[in-house]
Design a binder for this molecule. Structure first.
Ligand SMILES: Nc1nc2c(ncn2[C@@H]2O[C@H](COP(=O)(O)OP(=O)(O)OP(=O)(O)O)[C@@H](O)[C@H]2O)c(=O)[nH]1
Ligand SMILES: [Mg+2]
Length: 329
């Protein structure tokens, strides 16, 4: 999620003041009190306007949590404290309003002054007061910048169409399956809470762009091995998933027995009860006929469809099954 950083308030004040001074400089050398009042009130107006604009931009560029899609919201909820963020945004909003109100009052006061010295004094007072309104948002800006840093961790995904999520123990062939399905090299994105990056690929089926997601560290372990945050991050995937493809390696080449692999499938299925699932039986070339058939038998007993995958069976069969499950046919 791309959110621009918010400038430190001191810097905002510095830039706004520099510009306001420059733009309100006298073009002619009139020395009347009226001309001075005009210049000084213009300076206050420009200063306040620039600051209010910066605050407004900071507010509008920050995503409204309520409007985020459920997937992003669930992850955002883990990463940032919604109440703190809301309070910080509310302070920025209130400061912006106060700026304009004070600016109005000060300009009126400038015009009421009787001599040059008093006008300049009032103008300085105004600048100081307006600057302090902005400087008081320092903590809020810091909180928002921290939240922004965390939210940037959330991967940018296509959310319009439901995705295929790959699951299975390490080394079973999830990334290979992703590459087989999507052809090119997967796009890499970061996913919060795992040091690993998620892999994303796309393929077209029946004029639809199907997104395939491989999430190392999330759906490749027993649920009991996960901490609460990882578990929530894992569950955020339910908002994206149209189909879970379990990659199973019946050849023992990955180091996990069929029993272990089916027990992982059972656990994950329990966490995602409403999402359709299929099994891609991988590494067929390394499997004996018996192992393959055993895996198919167990899957049949559990009521999950299987598709063979490997050197002989290319991605065509798997793509067809995916299309069927996602009701593309
Ligand atoms: N012979 C054979 N090897 C395969 C097949 N599919 C994957 N492999 C190999 O198995 C190893 C693991 O494959 P990956 O696709 O990296 O497995 P992964 O599930 O993504 O592994 P992690 O990212 O560690 O969870 C790699 O060396 C692959 O080349 C297959 O169908 N046949
Ligand atoms: Mg992998």
């Amino acid at each position: 999620m791309d959110i621009p950083p918010i400038m430190e308030p001191e810097k905002m004040v510095e830039i706004a003041l520099k510009n306001a001074i420059k733009q309100s400089k006298a073009k002619n050398k009139t020395k009347s009190l009226k001309a001075l009042k005009e210049r000084e009130s213009k300076k206050v107006f420009l200063f306040s306007k620039a600051l209010a604009k910066r605050l407004g931009k900071a507010i509008s560029s920050f995503p409204e949590m309520e409007k985020l899609s459920p997937f992003y919201r669930e992850l955002a909820d883990l990463l940032v404290n919604e109440t703190t963020t809301k309070k910080a945004l509310a302070q920025l909003h209130a400061s912006k309003k106060l700026l304009r109100k004070k600016e109005n009052q000060f300009i009126k006061e400038i015009w009421r002054q009787k001599n040059e010295k008093a006008v300049k004094k009032k103008c300085n007072e105004a600048i100081g007061r307006l600057a302090s309104i902005v400087k008081r948002t320092k903590k809020s800006i810091k909180a928002l910048n921290l939240a922004r840093k965390a939210l940037r961790e959330i991967p940018v995904l296509q959310l319009k169409e439901k995705s295929i999520i790959l699951a299975g123990f390490p080394n079973t062939g999830k990334t290979t399956t992703l590459k087989r399905l999507t052809g090119s090299n997967p796009k890499i994105a970061s996913y919060p809470f795992t040091t690993k990056k998620i892999n994303i690929g796309y393929f077209n089926e029946k004029h639809r762009k199907i997104q395939v997601i491989d999430t190392p560290g999330l759906l490749d372990r027993k649920i009991s091995e996960r901490n609460a945050i990882e578990k929530k991050a894992m569950l955020a995937l339910k908002h994206l998933a149209g189909l879970i493809v379990f990659v199973v390696d019946p050849s023992n080449n990955s180091g996990y027995s069929l029993e272990e692999q089916f027990s992982l499938i059972k656990e994950i299925s329990r966490e995602f009860p409403h999402i359709p699932k299929i099994i891609a039986l991988n590494k067929e070339d390394l499997c004996g006929k018996k192992e393959m058939e055993k895996a198919e038998r167990i899957a049949l007993q559990k009521g999950i469809k299987t598709v063979r995958q490997g050197k002989k069976h290319c991605e065509k069969a798997l793509k067809e099954e995916i299309a069927r499950e996602m009701k593309l046919l």
